[in-house]
Design a protein around this ligand. Structure first.
Ligand code: RP5
Length: 162
């Protein structure tokens, strides 16, 4: 099975990015987490991205805050799908990170999820791998079914309050 990389710009991003790691764990998808910064460790970030496909990764999740260029910097050095997570870690409430992550030039896509959307990034990575992996596809179906059931249970509880 292909691995998913979860890269974050700082250790201060870990509490938020843990949401992606937890979701990948729930789906039994092997993953590796690293702290690499587009600005503070540009060479390490570039080396990771350049070698990611050869090292068995199928998708990269990149979370960063402020001037969040990490996802774009990784995407520039690999043709693996890169999913950006803009992180709310500044006085601008994450809008800075959202724009820095999502506004990629044409020819260089980053699939950007919502501000702080780490769990959704993991789900999207799983859905990408599931295109050619039936085990992950099955796990995703099961997760969706549980999610549906949980919402319907809440609806039933609401109806009983009336
Ligand atoms: C970004 O700056 C990081 O991704 C983090 O969200 C933010 C603050 O980093 P620290 O100063 O806490 O290391 O590069």
């Amino acid at each position: 099975m292909k691995k998913v990389a979860v890269i974050m710009g700082s250790d201060s991003d870990l509490p938020l990015m843990q949401g992606a790691l937890d979701m990948l764990g729930k789906l039994n998808i092997p993953c590796e987490a690293h702290i690499y910064s587009a600005h503070r460790t540009p060479d390490a970030a570039a080396d990771f991205a350049k070698n990611a496909r050869a090292n068995g990764f199928g998708a990269i999740i990149a979370g960063a805050g402020k001037a969040a260029h990490l996802a774009g910097a990784l995407a520039a050095r690999t043709t693996l799908p890169v999913i950006g997570v803009p992180i709310k870690s500044s006085t601008l409430d994450g809008l800075d990170a959202l724009l820095s992550t999502v506004q990629m030039p044409s020819g260089m896509p980053v699939a950007t999820v919502a501000i702080d959307g780490a769990a959704n990034a993991a789900l999207l990575a799983a859905q990408i791998l599931a295109v050619s992996d039936d085990t992950i596809a099955q796990k995703l179906e099961e997760l969706r079914a549980r999610q549906t059931e949980a919402v319907l249970l809440k609806d039933r509880a609401l109806q009983e309050q009336k």
